[in-house]
Write a protein that binds this ligand. Structure first.
Ligand SMILES: Cc1cc2nc3c(=O)[nH]c(=O)nc-3n(C[C@H](O)[C@H](O)[C@H](O)COP(=O)(O)O)c2cc1C
Length: 351
């Protein structure tokens, strides 16, 4: 489906630039544009240079939530806002009062407008994360010749995704950098034991687990930091593997220099899953903000994202990585700098 075993994963929030996608594509990877957080107009501008190549590429979108956070979450949100005031004060940043209506375009992430854009001006592949696109949207995309990919993190999610009619799955292991694609709550006994909805310790194990449940083509993602990780995922039955963290430090990546530098800084010794920055679990390098707020941050995405955004911007302006969301997969130490084409080439040669 992708005509190559290597995919440049979508990384919203500025990391995936058109230049990064083009460089990865030019070196033989299948490139995904990152549609998350963008308006339809911004998405159109982001993908225009990719359209110009005439080579197939994908567009990734966030699926908005279908129900608002529970009332208890709102109380938790207010408490979290109060907790953040001290950290914000250090940077002279505001902590906005959050009350987002469900129809706020920021809650919907400009979903309707972006789907309309992709239906009127189709691309080869559209992938979704944070949830499942409704079956009628999948059917509409099929009608205009687009293949549709859903992101899943367990066999249970894979079965649910397959039922919507998608053509392939991104199977994301918890080792992945950035937000988890998980959209189904973990079964209570597993959550209580601090375990995920899958027992797969590694990406190849997760691929094997998902392959037993669905017959769709699979893309393995999460912790693929060296060619041997990619080979192991392909041997487990993935059609391709996606790399994200491995591309963050490249020349064409739009990640903040502070983020790129942190990934190469031996002072950071581990990553953790945290809701502290956005209200949705995401894997990041452990810095002060992660240490101070992981226990208390409520499950309220995207409210927490907007709550912490000015604080993160101010920390960035102050060249201070201690309050930044330094997204990183567990393989971050292998992420190299230099041209993205060299990273892609290194993977392709090593397969
Ligand atoms: C900075 C960053 C931003 C990301 N943004 C997105 C996104 O917008 N959409 C998405 O589906 N996945 C996103 N991801 C997850 C990647 O698509 C991919 O699943 C992950 O990077 C693979 O694991 P790895 O980072 O260990 O290579 C992001 C990951 C990172 C590191």
């Amino acid at each position: 489906m992708f005509n190559t075993p290597l995919i440049a994963a979508p990384m919203a929030g500025g990391t995936t630039t058109a230049e990064l996608a083009l460089a990865a594509q030019g070196a033989g990877a299948f490139a995904f544009a990152a549609g998350g957080y963008k308006t339809a107009e911004q998405l159109a501008a982001h993908i225009a240079p990719l359209r110009a190549t005439g080579v197939d590429f994908g567009v990734n979108l966030f699926v908005p939530r279908t129900s608002p956070p529970a009332v208890a979450q709102s109380a938790a949100l207010a408490a979290y806002r109060t907790e953040l005031l001290a950290a914000a004060g250090r940077y002279g940043a505001e902590v906005p009062t959050m009350a987002l209506a469900e129809d706020d375009p920021r809650v919907q992430d400009f979903w309707a407008e972006k789907i309309a854009l992709l239906l009127s001006d189709p691309v080869a592949v559209v992938s979704f994360t944070f949830g499942l696109a409704p079956a009628h949207v999948v059917a509409q995309l099929h009608k205009v010749g687009t293949r549709v990919v859903a992101s899943v993190t367990s066999a249970v999610e894979a079965v649910a995704a397959a039922a919507t009619g998608v053509d392939a799955l991104v199977v994301q292991h918890t080792n992945a950098g950035g937000h988890t694609a998980a959209f189904l709550p973990e079964p209570a006994p597993l959550a209580a034991a601090g375990r995920a909805a899958t027992s797969a310790a590694t990406l190849p194990e997760l691929i094997t687990e998902v392959r037993r449940s669905v017959g769709l083509p699979l893309v393995g993602a999460g912790g693929v930091s060296r060619p041997e990780d990619a080979t192991a995922a392909l041997n487990a039955g993935a059609e391709a593997v996606a790399i994200g963290t491995a591309l963050i430090r490249t020349d064409e990546s739009g990640a903040r220099p502070l983020h790129k530098d942190a990934l190469a800084d031996p002072a950071y010794t581990r990553t953790a899953m945290t809701r502290a920055f956005t209200g949705k679990p995401a894997r990041a390098l452990v810095n002060d903000f992660v240490r101070d707020h992981t226990e208390t941050a409520p499950q309220a995405y995207p409210e927490v994202h907007f709550l912490t955004a000015p604080l993160r911007a101010a920390a960035s302006a102050a060249h201070d990585p201690r309050a930044l969301n330094l997204w990183a997969g567990t393989g971050w130490k292998s992420a190299g700098s230099g041209p993205a084409a060299a990273v892609v080439d290194g993977f392709l040669r090593g397969l």
